[in-house]
Design a protein around this ligand. Structure first.
Ligand code: 5RP
Length: 231
């Protein structure tokens, strides 16, 4: 089974959690896109959902495939969000934001009664942090914010390059008009402490640590999909 087939397996299994009539948060990324494609087939067959996309990219795909969309302001309380992740640990703590949609993903997940994560085995880790932690920052004072992040990380014994994400010739801009700093901390033993310290920095809009948000994760491997519940 190749990587794409594993993503499809995870996405297929997630459909079991989607019920007719649900208000559904729809994630961003290549795994979430497989979910959108399968969801669109069910919608075409008469299944009714109302989707809230977590990015402009996901919104475009949903519109193209006929998945009905609402804004989060129209549907501020959701039944379920299905989204991918860059890393998942055994307590279902996540790193997200590889696709640059972490702010809307977190807002949508927080507005949902449940969050189901879909991923392949390569995303499961013992300790978060091998994947560079995306940190969304306001463009104003980005250097001051970067220094404040370095200092906060250092107080927790963390160090590593923090780089501005680029796209083409310029900086990558999020749907909200912010920048992304990718932090190579390597290992994040105390994700809760880092999350709290990052949240305390004024220029940090949001970070990619999703803690206590996922209800379960569907992890697809060569043998099929398994469900991971928080340990
Ligand atoms: C986007 C995300 C994605 O969910 C994450 O990057 C996983 O993407 P993929 O399914 O393509 O590996 O957080 O901001």
């Amino acid at each position: 089974m190749d990587a794409r087939q594993m993503k499809i397996k995870a996405a297929e299994a997630a459909l079991d959690y989607v019920e007719d009539g649900m208000r559904l948060g729809i994630g961003t990324g290549s795994t979430a896109e497989e979910f959108v494609r399968l969801l669109a087939e069910k919608v075409a067959a008469g299944f009714r959902i109302q989707g809230v996309p977590t990015s402009e990219r996901t919104a475009r795909l949903c519109l193209e495939l006929g998945v009905p969309l609402k804004s989060l302001d129209e549907l501020p309380e959701l039944d379920l969000t299905v989204d991918g992740a860059d890393e998942v640990d055994r307590r279902l703590r996540l790193i997200k934001g590889g696709g640059g949609a972490l702010l809307r993903e977190k807002i949508v997940a927080a507005a949902s009664a449940r969050m189901v994560v879909i991923a392949d085995e390569s995303k499961v880790v013992d300790v978060l942090g091998a994947f560079k932690l995306p940190i969304e920052v306001n463009p104003f004072g980005q250097i001051a914010t970067l220094i404040a992040i370095e200092k906060a990380a250092s107080r927790l014994g963390l160090a590593g390059d923090i780089t501005l994400r680029t796209s083409g010739d310029g900086p990558f801009m999020t749907d909200g008009g912010h920048l992304i700093l990718d932090a190579s901390f390597g290992r994040i033993p105390d994700a809760e402490a880092l999350a709290a310290d990052l949240n305390a920095i004024p220029g940090v809009v949001e970070h990619g640590l999703f803690i206590g948000m996922a209800s379960l994760a569907i992890i697809a491997g060569p043998e099929g999909a398994r469900v991971l519940m928080a340990a």
